[in-house]
Design a protein around this ligand. Structure first.
Ligand SMILES: Nc1ncnc2c1ncn2[C@@H]1O[C@H](COP(=O)(O)OP(=O)(O)O)[C@@H](O)[C@H]1O
Ligand SMILES: O=C(O)[C@@H](O)C(=O)COP(=O)(O)O
Length: 413
């Protein structure tokens, strides 16, 4: 294994694995830290953690355990992947995890670049934009667990870390690798937020990072890394064979993000849909087995969702507590996924990073093979002989994503 990656959630890890696969690296996504060695021939390993919303000490411990395993597999470089919208809180763990990895790897400087222009996320003057909106006006300010109320990534990261935060300006990044190298050499800060407004910027940053032990960012920061290994003649250049999967399909959506809510509303107009409310879940009025029976009896692409608008979410959080509601809904989706697979469901589409993490962990999956792309950042994933998944990040995918996912899962190319 050449490139070792640590992802702070499951949708994000499949987004990264998708980028690396498309760029020609043989990539496997692991569910948590594996307890056995990787197969030979794996060029990039993505250890997916469910650590985005957990306390700093726990997140650091999980990341260091992942690092130890990845180093034992021979990795020459480590990539820490977080959300392209930098989902975290001022007390969040992105900064502390990166600092702990940097200490363990003796990294002199660490780049932070969440940009993913293909999904509309750019970093300019240290500020994160989602399409034409600042992060804090993009809908992400209402996230149920990690409300992003400040678009200045330097300031947000600065609140989380011990060290000081520097900035690599878009004007420099645009000039390419030599200019970037010179600017980085002149920086006294260890943690550097890098602007990137295009794929070319990300590729240039990736090329500069050829010798860096650690790099951090969204999936976009991985775009230039495979070239570095290819230039050294280290990639086999062989893509794995992929075959599609037919059979019963169900959509589970616990994401309350704007894009998902649009997809849910659109899907419900033409397909069987069942809403579960936070109040019903908290009162124990919904049972996973009943929901699974309902889904199994439907024609078409059945969907079960708790996705709700910010006002509804705020009201339920005020009544029950944000962490308690999130945990109860995740536990319901976890039990539901198990019940659906037990009833023969072979295609599962999950919306939301935390939701997807709960489902994947509940299914006891260990390794995920990356297949064709459904939408930017979302691949089909094979989880077993008769089971494929699509783990959709909250804000990814077009209006008809759920139908597109079901179709893409069936194709073999
Ligand atoms: N109706 C709801 N009220 C409050 N919290 C909810 C509701 N529905 C889902 N949640 C919780 O909100 C969180 C959404 O996060 P996630 O699944 O990561 O979605 P996204 O990828 O859009 O951020 C989950 O923990 C989920 O359990
Ligand atoms: O970088 C991204 O935006 C995604 O890969 C990601 O991490 C998504 O997280 P969720 O929005 O919580 O699904």
């Amino acid at each position: 294994m050449l490139l070792g990656c640590i992802g702070d959630d499951f949708t994000g890890s499949s987004d990264l694995a998708n980028t690396l696969t498309k760029a020609g690296m043989r990539t496997v996504q692991y569910v948590g830290v594996p307890d056995a060695p990787a197969d030979t021939g794996v060029e990039a390993g993505v250890v997916a953690l469910k650590s985005r919303s957990i306390p700093v000490a726990e997140a650091v411990a999980h990341a260091l355990a992942a690092l130890e395993w990845l180093r034992a597999q021979g990795c020459q470089q480590i990539l820490f992947k977080y959300c392209s919208t930098f989902d975290s809180t001022p007390e969040g763990n992105i900064g502390p995890v990166a600092e702990a990895l940097a200490d363990a790897l003796d990294a002199r400087q660490v780049i932070f670049c969440p940009a993913f222009p293909g999904a509309g996320r750019t970093v300019y003057q240290g500020h994160l934009f989602v399409k034409d909106r600042l992060l804090s006006e993009s809908g992400l300010q209402h996230h149920p667990l990690t409300p992003m109320t400040d678009p200045d990534i330097r300031r947000w990261l600065g609140a989380q870390v011990r060290g000081t935060v520097g900035h690599l300006d878009a004007q420099i990044v645009r000039q390419g690798p030599e200019a970037i190298k010179a600017a980085l050499a002149a920086q006294e800060h260890r943690l550097i937020v890098a602007d990137a407004v295009s794929d070319a910027d990300l590729v240039a940053l990736g090329h500069v990072a050829a010798e860096s032990p650690l790099i951090t960012g969204g999936s976009g920061i991985a775009m230039g890394l495979p070239d570095n290994f290819r230039a050294r003649g280290q990639l086999a250049g062989k893509a794995g064979a992929w075959h599609g999967q037919s059979g019963p399909v169900v959509v589970l959506s616990g994401s309350c993000s704007e894009a998902t809510r649009g997809q849910v509303a659109r899907h419900a107009t033409a397909h069987p849909a069942r809403e579960i409310s936070a109040a019903d879940v908290m009162a124990g009025r919904v049972a996973a087995e009943d929901l699974a029976d309902w889904a199994a009896a439907q024609e078409g692409i059945a969907m079960i969702y708790s996705s709700a608008d910010p006002a509804r979410v705020a009201q339920d959080q005020a009544q029950f507590g944000a962490v308690a509601v999130a945990g109860a809904i995740e536990a319901l989706f976890a039990a539901l996924a198990r019940a659906l697979v037990a009833r023969g469901v072979t295609r599962l589409v999950t919306a939301g990073g935390e939701t997807s993490g709960a489902v994947v962990e509940a299914l006891g999956l260990k390794e995920l093979e990356i297949g064709p792309e459904i939408a930017p950042g979302v691949p089909v994933i094979r989880a077993g002989h008769d089971l494929v998944l699509a783990l959709k990040s909250g804000n990814f995918g077009g209006p008809d994503f759920f139908v597109e996912a079901a179709q893409r899962m069936e194709t073999s190319t």
